[in-house]
Design a protein around this ligand. Structure first.
Ligand SMILES: NC(=O)c1ccc[n+]([C@@H]2O[C@H](COP(=O)([O-])OP(=O)(O)OC[C@H]3O[C@@H](n4cnc5c(N)ncnc54)[C@H](OP(=O)(O)O)[C@@H]3O)[C@@H](O)[C@H]2O)c1
Ligand SMILES: *[C@@H]1O[C@H](CO)[C@@H](O)[C@H](O)[C@H]1NC(C)=O
Ligand SMILES: *[C@@H]1O[C@H](CO)[C@@H](O)[C@H](O)[C@H]1NC(C)=O
Ligand SMILES: *[C@@H]1O[C@H](CO)[C@@H](O)[C@H](O)[C@H]1NC(C)=O
Length: 363
């Protein structure tokens, strides 16, 4: 497997396209951030999470430098008229921006959301932003395999061809919890659910003469490890929030496996990490973490910037036929963590996931 860094052809420094009314506030921001930093440090000296948070801060400042090099969405001419796209977790953050951009380019976009209310609100907002947008709401709870089966059945019936599936939905910040189906909640939402959905939709994906699957993973997967037992709430010990890191690693581990299985079908699968993006992703953390996240939001990407790597994998013409790859938040093909590169581990995980979702026993 040769993994020379892949250079997207549109590679310009990011231009901040803030409306001019907002530009004036930009100059005031550094002062605010210096103050925030001061508060941060004084609040954290000696605190139990201080090591984690110092590391986080370090990462944040490093990421800041990467922010200036992103793929230029505007110079990508891909038109999606007549195409069908499914985006999970489309009611907020990265998923909402991605859905809006896909709709703007003519795609029929299915917003796959677990809350009808939040989904409808996002739908109204996207519709207001682009009048001809063709979007509709699909209700699915990715932590429930029964819900995914119902959703997939409906999708397959309505859309014999699906050209793009973005597995974007995820949760983090939950302690170990079992779902009524006996799966661990975080792993179910972030990994097993997307595994089942992707597999159930294979018919429609393969009928579209070329289709893409994009998995949104996280750089925090570097702090995870692979243990199939985690899927059912057993397995090796997990530190704070490590269930999130591990679940993201599992999502990446499948890159090679699904890509191998779909070779020659015209369906490509890739995964990408968006970088650190200021979204609702921390909403289930304690107030302290949310507060710190908010304070550091100046250093972070906004959802528009965070959506760029995901849109790159969804739209860029130069990725036709590229499959099984992991892209970092600068849109460059990168080696995923070692554990996610092992094909035997990936196959074993695939087998375990098939058993847990009864994928072999039904349609
Ligand atoms: N933000 C970051 O810094 C960052 C960094 C690395 C990776 N990522 C990844 O980027 C992706 C998007 O996250 P985001 O930052 O945009 O966060 P977000 O705003 O919290 O979006 C997550 C979305 O997933 C949905 N979701 C959660 N559980 C679900 C379930 N069981 N069924 C259906 N939908 C569900 C949420 O719906 P509700 O509104 O109903 O909760 C929400 O719409 C995630 O995969 C995340 O892991 C984010
Ligand atoms: C995307 O995630 C699904 C579910 O985990 C998995 O089946 C598929 O192989 C993944 N694809 C990539 C490229 O990671
Ligand atoms: C992505 O990978 C490229 C090539 O290895 C590297 O230059 C770039 O800094 C990486 N970006 C991030 C955000 O890690
Ligand atoms: C996975 O299952 C297949 C078919 O049942 C089997 O041939 C293969 O050896 C299994 N792989 C692993 C690593 O368990």
């Amino acid at each position: 497997m040769s993994l020379a860094p892949y250079q997207p052809h549109c590679y310009f420094p990011l231009s901040f396209d803030y409306p001019s009314s907002q530009c004036s506030t930009l100059s005031g921001r550094p002062a605010v951030s210096a103050m925030s930093l001061w508060y941060l440090f004084s609040a954290l000296v000696g605190g139990p999470g201080s090591v984690l948070i110092s590391v986080l801060l370090l990462i944040l400042s490093v990421r800041l430098w990467h922010k200036s090099r992103l793929w230029d969405l505007q110079c990508c001419s891909t038109d999606l008229t007549g195409k069908v796209a499914v985006v999970t977790g489309a009611n907020s953050g990265i998923g909402k921006v991605v859905s809006q951009e896909l709709a703007r380019r003519g795609a029929r976009v299915i917003l796959a959301c677990r809350s009808r209310e939040r989904g409808q609100q996002a739908l109204a907002e996207i519709q207001a932003a682009s009048k001809d947008a063709c979007i509709l709401l699909g209700e699915v709870d990715l932590s429930s395999m029964a819900s995914i089966r119902t959703f997939a059945r409906w999708l397959l019936q309505e859309y014999p061809e699906i050209h793009l599936l973005v597995n974007n939905a995820a949760v983090c910040g939950f302690p170990k919890t079992l779902t009524p189906e006996g799966l661990e909640f975080t792993f179910a939402t972030n990994y097993v659910g997307p595994f089942l959905l992707t597999n159930l939709l294979q018919g429609s994906l393969q009928r579209a003469e070329s289709a893409r699957v994009v998995n949104v993973t996280s750089f925090m997967q570097d702090c995870g490890y692979i243990d199939e037992e985690h899927l059912t709430g057993a397995g090796g010990p997990l530190t704070f929030n490590q269930n999130y890191y591990c679940s993201k690693l599992l999502l990446t581990s499948f890159t090679g496996e699904l890509a191998r299985r779909l070779q020659g079908t015209g369906v490509t699968v890739n995964c990408v990490e968006p970088g650190i993006v200021y979204t609702g992703i921390m909403k289930h953390f304690s107030w302290l973490y949310r507060f710190l996240f908010k304070l550091s939001s100046f250093f972070l990407k906004d959802p528009k910037q965070g959506a760029i790597p995901v849109l790159y994998l969804s739209l860029a013409k130069e990725l036709n036929g590229v499959s099984g790859k992991y892209f970092n938040s600068s849109c460059v093909i990168t080696l995923p963590p070692k554990a996610a590169q092992d094909p035997v581990v990936a196959q074993s995980l695939w087998n375990a996931s098939v058993r847990l979702t009864n994928l072999d026993k039904t349609d």
